[in-house]
Design a protein around this ligand. Structure first.
Ligand code: FAD
Length: 567
């Protein structure tokens, strides 16, 4: 009997170590193994992906390709520029494929796509093997063992996890790989018909270009940023399994850091080096396996002589949070990503009146912010021009580098929603989606819901001050001096409230604090704060109390009777 001819489809797993799906492909002892990445148009133009994340992806692909070649000089990652739904039927035929193997993906869009591909494979007589490897637990199993419900707390994840069984130990990387088969593509790319062509890569308006399947040189090479038409890559962070494993080694070598890590004690103002691991983009692209991460940490914790930290604040606790969001998403599908039609997400009438008669439910007050004002707040938040240096520094770090510390994400998300601007969390999540190099739909959406107190967490009276909170971590204001360089010479007394500095000092330190839109000047300008924070904070709290009180989705007295607490 002839041996299997296998396509291994890389997607969320750009690595060779600890890949249950890759192991399953190799266990078939195939005659040939085609390691491919298909150009998913969803990624190209339906999702928001900024140039920094693109670069990270290309880094991962290049590194993976080189690693494949190291194990078999005839092989490499084959980049094929066509949507999987139209590509696979042609590949199955042209390459005489018997098996298709890939890692399970429970993102809402991915499920849809994979169902289509599995149906196409079935039609072509190709056997499909799918294995979980992206999360500690299979998100569908988590949901099943959480009584069929989305996982909304760590204790639910832990309880469901106990029923599933111990997290599997990582699988070593293969030592060799089979040859790829003949990669001739005995088919022409079909020209667009009257049907919309989902492979058209659209950029800059309506211009559409049709790339040849195997790339401009016909060699299946990983594209360059230039080929993609993207220019401004500004992140200093680089992707790839080799870098990921080296970063993990360095973390694990510091046993005390690894075993005693407590997330709330890590400084959001730290940079070069940052206070947490910065492994999240590697987790997103699968260039690091979560089980490798989990067990390397757990082994250090087990051997640690002192008192180790525990979930949820410990490092393994962070990975459980990740699984929690995947479990929530797996249960809710597309509706997880929005307020509409999402049974877990509390409706907050963002931008609506602050005064509502709680007896009658009638609107009696003025508008909290009208839509035009909300839009100005949103744009100034997005572009780091709020006049609050802590918020502006974080948003600029996000845009330039694609990563910010978790508590920094807390600060800007709280500020945009219930702790300042009172703007819908979905608008903030879209900005993160575009700019984060670690953007993970489940984690991004879930954390935005948490911070806006629309799901997961309801203590809206606990709110981040853009002044007192960063001051606790960084009295000198070094973070501000790096990311808001206009203020680099300001005395530390004014670094978080530069508008309070005397005009003479502002001149001396080379930056004037002025209203946005003030006439241009030959000195550097930094905006005045766009509102009085204490006043806004009260308005937001009132708005949230009203929203909870109207009780559209419940009415929790614990929440309503809370007292104001600044973070
Ligand atoms: P570490 O503290 O070193 O944690 C180790 C790993 O645990 C991380 O790499 C990550 O995979 C996971 N992890 C840690 N915290 C969380 C968390 N709260 N939720 C889920 N996973 C976690 N994380 C993403 O991976 N992608 C996102 O798109 C994303 N969007 C976010 C949006 C908002 C508004 C907020 C508040 C948080 C978001 N997070 C997101 C979660 C968290 O901020 C990042 O995972 C973390 O800051 C990454 O840095 P690190 O690798 O140094 O984390």
């Amino acid at each position: 009997m002839s041996k299997p001819r296998v396509i291994y489809w890389f997607r969320t797993d750009l690595r060779l170590h600890d890949s249950p799906a890759l192991k399953a492909a190799l266990d078939l002892e195939p005659e040939c193994l085609y390691p491919i990445w298909t150009w998913d148009p969803h990624y190209v133009y339906r999702a928001r992906v900024g140039p920094n994340r693109w670069q990270y992806l290309l880094d991962c692909q290049n590194d993976l390709s080189q690693s494949i070649t190291r194990l078999n000089s005839k092989s490499k990652l084959l980049l094929i520029r066509e949507a999987p739904q139209t590509l696979f039927p042609k590949l199955f035929k042209a390459w005489n494929v018997t098996h298709l193997v890939f890692e399970k993906d429970t993102d809402a869009y991915a499920r849809e796509r994979d169902e289509q591909v599995v149906a196409l494979a079935k039609k072509a007589g190709v056997e499909v093997i799918v294995k979980t490897g992206r999360t500690l637990y299979d998100p569908d199993e988590l949901v099943k063992h959480n009584h069929g419900k989305p996982t909304m707390s760590i204790s639910q994840v832990q309880a469901a996890g106990k029923k599933i069984g111990e997290i599997a130990r990582p699988i070593p990387a293969p030592k060799e790989l089979p040859d790829p088969g003949n990669t001739d593509l005995h088919f022409e790319q079909e020209k667009p018909s009257n049907e919309p062509d989902i492979n058209a890569i659209q950029r800059d308006g309506n211009e559409a270009s049709y790339l040849s399947l195997a790339g401009p040189n016909g060699d299946f090479a990983v594209p360059t940023i230039e080929e993609l038409g993207l220019k401004e890559v500004t992140t200093p962070h680089r992707g790839g399994e080799t870098i990921a494993l080296k970063m993990l080694d360095d973390i694990i070598a510091d046993e005390t850091y690894t075993a005693t890590f407590e997330k709330p004690k890590t400084a959001p103002t730290a940079f070069e080096p940052q206070a947490t691991t910065l492994l999240s983009p590697h987790m997103h692209f699968g260039s690091l396996s979560c089980r490798e991460f989990y067990w390397r940490v757990q082994d250090v914790v087990s051997d640690f002589k002192g008192t180790a930290s525990q979930p949820p604040t410990s490092l393994t606790g962070q990975l459980l949070f990740r699984d929690m969001y995947f479990g929530a998403q797996a249960a809710l599908g597309y509706s997880f990503g929005q307020t509409y039609n999402n049974p877990q997400c509390r409706f907050i009438p963002w931008h609506l009146p602050s005064k509502i008669d709680t007896e009658s439910g009638l609107i009696t007050g003025d508008y909290l912010v009208d839509n035009a004002e909300a839009d100005v707040y949103f744009k100034r938040w997005k572009h780091g021009r709020t006049g609050f240096p802590w918020i502006d520094g974080l948003m600029r770090q996000l845009k330039d580098e694609g990563w910010i510390h978790h508590l920094g994400r807390h600060a800007v998300a709280c500020f945009l929603t219930r702790g300042g601007c009172y703007v819908d969390w979905e608008r903030g999540a879209e900005v993160f989606e575009e700019w984060l190099i670690d953007h993970e739909a489940a984690c991004n959406i879930g954390n935005w819901q948490w911070l806006s107190c629309t799901a997961f967490f309801a203590q809206f009276y606990r709110c981040y001050s853009p002044i007192a909170f960063p001051q606790k971590w960084d009295k000198e204001g070094n973070f501000i001096r790096k990311y808001v360089p206009e203020l680099k010479n300001f005395d530390k007394k004014y670094i978080y409230e530069p508008w309070k500095a005397p005009i003479a000092d502002q001149k001396k330190w080379g930056c004037r604090i002025q209203g946005e839109g003030s006439e241009t000047s030959d000195v550097t300008l930094y905006p005045k704060p766009m509102f009085d924070f204490s006043t806004r904070r009260e308005i937001c709290i009132q708005g949230m109390k009203n929203a909870y009180h109207i009780g559209l989705y419940g009415n929790d007295p614990k929440v309503l009777n809370g007292t104001w607490r600044e973070l």
